[in-house]
Design a protein around this ligand. Structure first.
Ligand code: SAH
Length: 215
């Protein structure tokens, strides 16, 4: 696969579109301008890779649309060097966006083939600040905790208690919350050991967050 001038031009146009939709953080827009999203989707959809749309990535899963990726990333308010846990590696595209923002990414996927494929791709891009894990994101990564930020990229039917425990004090978790066709974007801040604050943002559509793993 190649990253041609045409692809690069389409990415510039996509970034303009995202600005129009209200994405402001320059480092997020720069990451989207840099990363060849067409590498992360099936070749059938290569020509449409820079449309603001989700695409199938196998196993009934999808890569989120770029606006959703940018929106969630902005909500995380990332600082250099932070430790970030992502639930739902999927294609690895969101992990790459996080990696471009100079944080240390730990990403979990419950479908083994998707996890393997994303790992290969992210390794090929040379992202040494991304670690991929095959497992159930509801459990998080107790051995690597605590995290500054946690990002869930699938529709959560509940707020995973184990993940709240793995958040640093002053850390934040971004979750698309709710079952059914649409989810509310929620951000939870850990104020103290047992004190959390919840904010609610716009409505989005995600594939469901499911328990257990599939090989
Ligand atoms: N961040 C991804 C979005 C993929 S869609 C990307 O940029 O492409 C959401 C992903 O979450 C799917 O791949 C799905 O298999 C995964 N997922 C759902 N429930 C999960 C869980 N409990 N643990 C880990 N991954 C999960």
């Amino acid at each position: 696969m190649q990253d041609t001038f045409r692809h690069q031009g389409l990415r510039k146009r996509l970034v303009q579109e995202l600005r129009g939709l209200g994405i402001k953080e320059e480092k997020v827009l720069l990451a989207i301008e840099k990363i060849p999203r067409h590498f992360f989707i099936q070749t059938t959809f290569e020509d449409d890779a820079y449309d603001n749309k989700p695409f199938p990535i196998g196993r009934g899963q999808t890569i989120s649309n770029p606006y959703t990726v940018a929106y969630q990333t902005e909500l995380l308010e990332l600082n250099d060097g932070e430790k970030v846990l992502e639930i739902g590696t999927g294609s690895g595209y969101q992990s790459a966006v996080l990696a471009e923002l100079n944080v240390n990414v730990y990403t979990i996927e419950r479908h083994q083939p998707l996890s393997n494929k994303a790992k290969r791709l992210l390794d090929n891009f040379g992202y040494t600040n991304v670690k991929t894990f095959y497992g159930d994101g509801f459990k998080g990564l107790p051995d690597e905790a605590p995290f500054d930020k946690i990002l869930i990229t699938a529709a959560a039917p509940e707020i995973p208690k184990d993940l709240l425990r793995q958040l640093k004090v002053n850390g934040m978790m971004v979750i698309p919350f709710g079952e059914g066709d649409t989810q509310e974007m929620i951000r939870i801040k850990r104020l103290d050991n047992n004190e959390f604050e919840k904010e609610t943002f716009s409505t989005f559509t995600f594939v469901p967050m499911l328990k257990g793993v599939e090989d």
